[in-house]
Design a protein around this ligand. Structure first.
Ligand code: FAD
Length: 429
């Protein structure tokens, strides 16, 4: 099978514009010292520039303002956005708003789109996705225990969630809840829109984490739903469709995540190389030490491999659909997260104390790289699902040698051994 990741010259021009814009105007936001209101004003201005280029919220279908780019092109754009934390915000692609926007676009009613999606796309609303529960393994979401019961015209939600990213300042949450307790495991859950001011919704705190709180109080909140009431029209899609919707949403989202990781890894790689040629000790440069040369060579090879795997997953998705791309998507999730972590780790190490300090972005990148191994499903879950799918059609060979994959010599030796055993049996008889 041959893959084709090439894009037309007009699109290459857009990527070139994005690269310049991100480096010159977005990356400096990392160190901008100003209050939230001023910061938001600057973001608004930058968003206008992006909109003028037709590059705002491109992950959406064309009827909602997206460009109808396939996943390969979107992936290449996310690679550029991955360079710096704020770029997805400026391009209308920040998680979890982008994923929630996709859910609303996919299954939202006209009224839900009017009330929630369009203002979300306009950057007027902030949203959260509320699935993970402290008491149950998020890696097995069929165990969710937050319930939603229909009472007249309202859903009554009871449960306890955490890591509902950005819920503290969100205008609404999309909650994954058990509404069909008697259905088969993957048909029990539904998604329901919960406005931030719904009675019974209590966002109690930002859980302290390795990455801490961001601007606008963004973080990982703990949330209680205590007889929380929302109109029955807030159900997204059908009752029991929660897992199906999650699958539709997560495929493209993971490709975008992984390509952003490539962008981030590339930035760390550039810093590693610059440090290597700049720092001198013991009469030579770091770049002249074999350990550092190994790090540089390994990092380049790993980034290229992760990039090609991710573009391949995007290409499979574009040409054969999300179902055909499931194994590729799981592979890039855990492989990409590891590459991101390892490259940043080497760059940080090569910078010594400076790398560990907040004077350069590596320590922050490192903390987020650690989160990458957990978000979007822990790496182990993806490894397990890849292995299961790969092993599904493998049959156990008869005898001790997997005949068709074993060198002839081994097969011949096995044959000799079998006839030896047969002769022995005859002698003994
Ligand atoms: C920064 C950040 C942001 C997040 N944002 C959100 C959000 O917006 N909304 C939301 O709902 N959740 C969010 N999460 C939660 C995240 O999705 C969960 O942490 C993740 O799914 C793991 O679930 P868990 O924490 O319950 O760990 P568990 O499911 O208890 O798993 C613990 C560990 O067990 C191991 N494990 C799991 N399954 C297997 C297996 N099959 N084989 C071997 N080992 C295994 C893994 O090492 C895993 O890390 C976020 C998490 C982080 C760190």
């Amino acid at each position: 099978m041959s893959w084709d990741f090439s894009t037309e010259p007009e699109f290459e021009e857009k990527l070139r514009w994005m690269r310049g814009f991100v480096r010159e105007k977005v990356t400096p936001l990392e160190v901008l010292d100003c209050d939230d209101a001023t910061f938001m004003r600057i973001i608004r201005d930058l968003r206008q520039e992006v909109k003028a280029q037709g590059l705002w919220a491109t992950h959406l279908p064309p009827e909602l303002g997206g460009q109808g780019f396939g996943q390969v092109k979107l992936g290449l754009m996310h690679e550029v956005e991955g360079e710096t934390y704020w770029a997805p915000w400026i391009f209308g692609n920040q998680a979890p708003d982008s994923g929630n926007g996709e859910i609303l676009a996919l299954v939202g009613t006209e009224e839900q789109k009017r009330r929630w999606l369009f203002p979300l796309l306009g950057g007027e609303l902030v949203s959260a996705f509320s699935m993970t529960e402290p008491e149950n393994a998020g890696s097995d979401p069929t165990r969710l225990s937050t319930t939603a019961v229909l009472d007249g015209d309202e859903w009554v939600i009871n449960g306890h969630k955490w890591f509902s990213s950005n819920a503290m300042g969100a205008d609404f949450l999309i909650a994954m809840v058990v509404s069909e307790p008697d259905a088969p495991p993957h048909h029990r859950a539904s998604m329901i829109i919960v406005p931030r001011d719904a009675p019974g919704l209590d966002v109690v705190r930002n859980v302290p984490t390795l990455v801490g709180e961001g601007r606008f109080g963004h973080g990982e909140p703990e949330v209680y739903y205590r007889d929380c009431r929302v109109p029955k029209e807030n159900l997204l899609g059908r009752r029991g469709q929660g897992f199906e919707i999650a699958q539709m949403r997560l495929g493209p989202g993971r490709i975008h995540h992984c390509m952003r990781w490539i962008g981030q890894a590339n930035r760390a790689f550039r810093m590693l190389c610059e440090r290597a040629v700049q720092r001198e000790l013991g009469g030579e440069r770091l770049a002249d030490k074999q350990t550092i040369q190994n790090w540089i060579a390994d990092s380049r090879a790993e980034i290229e491999a992760a990039r090609l795997l991710t573009l391949k997953a995007a290409w499979v998705m574009d040409t054969q659909g999300v179902k055909a791309a499931r194994t590729d998507i799981s592979i890039i999730k855990f492989f990409g997260a590891k590459v991101l972590h390892d490259v940043i780790d080497r760059a940080l190490q090569a910078h010594g104390g400076l790398g560990f300090s907040g004077d350069v972005p590596l320590e922050r990148m490192y903390r987020w790289a650690r989160a990458a191994r957990l978000v979007d499903g822990a790496d182990e879950v993806h490894r397990v699902s890849v292995a299961r799918r790969l092993l599904r059609d493998v049959e156990a060979p008869e005898g001790i040698w997997p005949s068709e994959h074993v060198p002839t010599r081994a097969a011949a030796a096995a044959e000799q051994y079998r006839s030896y055993l047969a002769r022995q049996a005859k002698v003994e008889a």
